[in-house]
Design a protein around this ligand. Structure first.
Ligand SMILES: [Zn+2]
Ligand SMILES: [Zn+2]
Length: 337
């Protein structure tokens, strides 16, 4: 069967791999939609330290069950459209023992530490499946990136009436905007690309700020000079990592989802002086159900996120194009059939 494989930095190709067979507790899924995310772009560019090559991409997936393993629970049936969590949890490490499987020490995310599902078929344990009769396949494939953003809002303990600054309006940043808005917060969205602002607003961001030299002043103006209650950093750049602690309110919370590409030095006295809560946010925990419920409420149309729909053969060119024009791309959706 066909698979999209990254064989080395900036080399993507459609290759042939063996078809999987479902194990006892697995279902076989005919893959229909796969979203590409910023981490896929980093994998393609050789900037993801967790990836070794060759690697099959694909962790934002929707498809149809075509076969059930003998031990799969009865409520799953052939023909159902599903999405699934692409992570693993060992069950024994300190994170897993604390009920925080999303940060499992030995986690292996599809398309990152192990091969992904940008393929025709994939076998997945039934315990990782989620479904909704009300959502389309494309919407099901958008649940994972939104869940990562929702988890960041949960980590930041975002509450109604609080002001949340979300830095970065890529797939995960947009999910964080939606997550904070769904908790009743007032959201300010920041990005260096003006093209992203229409989407940020559609998801409920009340204000948008262009990430230039005046950004700090704008954010302070919008928060009576105090700074936001919560800053969610969804970029992974040195400047945004620093700005998050510099701009956040005294006694505020900073949540980092962006993977830093290099070491960052800080004015650490701000941590103490402001008595900050500085939090990391990784993958997601129970947010798949929250996001499915959020999509089902139809307060916005998730399909507006899709900037391009392509077949698997178009992925190498789409990745190269995304690398060259990062502002133009929000979500590339690959249609497998
Ligand atoms: Zn992703
Ligand atoms: Zn674990």
């Amino acid at each position: 069967m066909k698979a999209l494989t990254i064989t080395g930095p900036s080399v993507a190709q459609v290759s042939q791999i063996r078809e999987p067979k479902p194990a006892h507790d697995e279902v076989l899924i005919r893959v229909q939609r796969v979203g590409l995310c910023g981490s896929d772009l980093n994998t393609f560019l050789g900037k993801n330290p967790m990836v070794t090559y060759p690697r099959v991409l694909g962790h934002e997936v929707a498809g149809t069950i075509v076969e059930l393993g003998s031990g799969v629970e009865a409520d799953w049936r052939v023909g159902a459209d599903v999405t699934f969590t692409p992570y693993t949890a060992c069950g024994g490490c300190p994170s897993c023992r604390a009920g925080r499987r999303n940060a499992c020490r030995d986690n292996k995310t599809m398309g990152v530490q192990r091969d992904g599902a940008l393929t025709e078929l994939v076998a997945v344990p039934y315990q990782k499946l989620f479904t909704s009769r009300k959502l389309s396949l494309t919407e099901l494939a958008l649940v994972e990136p939104f869940s990562v953003g929702f988890h960041a809002a949960a980590r930041g303990r975002v509450e109604a009436e609080e002001t949340v600054l979300v830095m970065g309006c890529g797939g995960v940043g947009l999910g964080a905007i939606a997550g904070a808005v769904s908790r009743g917060a007032r959201v300010i969205a920041l990005d260096t690309q003006e093209e992203k602002f229409a989407l940020a607003r559609a998801l409920g961001a009340r204000e948008v700020v262009l990430g230039n030299a005046d950004a700090r002043e704008r954010v302070m103006d919008l928060t009576n000079g105090d700074g936001p209650d919560v800053v969610i950093e969804a970029v992974g750049a040195t400047a945004t990592y620093r700005n998050a602690v510099e701009w956040v309110k005294f006694c505020g919370r900073v949540v980092y989802i962006g993977y830093g590409k290099e070491p960052v030095s800080y004015e650490t006295r701000l941590f103490v002086m402001k008595e900050l809560d500085i939090l990391g946010s990784r993958n997601c925990l129970n947010e798949f159900s929250d996001v499915i419920a959020f999509f089902e409420r139809r307060t916005f149309d998730p399909n507006i996120l899709i900037s391009k729909s392509i077949p698997i053969e178009g992925v190498p060119e789409a990745l190269a194009d995304w690398a060259a024009h990062p502002g133009r791309t929000s979500k590339i959706m690959v249609g497998m059939s």
